[in-house]
Design a protein around this ligand. Sequence first.
Ligand SMILES: [Fe+2]
Length: 270
Amino acid sequence: MSDLLELPAGDLLAGPTAHRTFAEAFATRGHGRALVTFDDPTAHRRNQDRALALLSSLGTVLAVYPHLGPWSDLSVRTDADPGRTHGIGENKLHIDMVERDLTPRIIALYCVRDDPAGGGASALADMWAAVDSLASADREILKCRAYSYWADEGVHGVGESLERFPIVPEHLEWGFPVRFTSKMGPHLDKAELIDTTLLSADQAAGAFGRLVAAVYAQRTTVRLRPGQLLIWDQQRYAHGRMPLGDGQGDIADGERRLLQQAYVGEAGTR
Ligand SMILES: [Fe+2]
């Protein structure tokens, strides 16, 4: 990933203002993205504890799935839909919980094991740059509060599910997510997920198709190594997964790629 801010964890946890060091670097030099490398790539428990300390400088660490706590496994399963979370194919660019009122601001992925078959890179794409590259007529179509998506079930601390939402916010700035998932595209093409009393289905599908192409034009990838933590602000960056390497069926369950994911929301108090 070309301009990804890379930081050694040790430097971030020491010093009298350690809790500010990471937050400032993430927001300024990192533009809302960072790759943190822990010095011991096998000390996962300790690394994840330290990761939570870093993430707590960015907001409230959520337990979106309360029975799991802050971390949830992103394991690889050969029987899962290849294009979804646990699958072996490409997971197309999207943001998580796209339809939630309080869509989590930050996502962090900690790598326990990388793919022995050499695939499974993480992808990020700058949606602000993508939206900026669109014609203003397309931006206006995407700003209409006319879009919908299926609600995630069993998630907590992320607000209510919005019945209708704009994909592009009025202003591209922190605090206002670009509510983008490329998985919406095939449905808009069939005049689904759109309130056609507000917007013509053809207009919406056309503008959205051009947004998808613009977001993909911004895609960069990074293949996480064990002991690395990728963190991004999903109000600005869409994410996805490149395909896992060939022959996943020949790799034992306990040896396939394993990432663990955490979410950070806005601060709980002001
Ligand atoms: Fe995701």
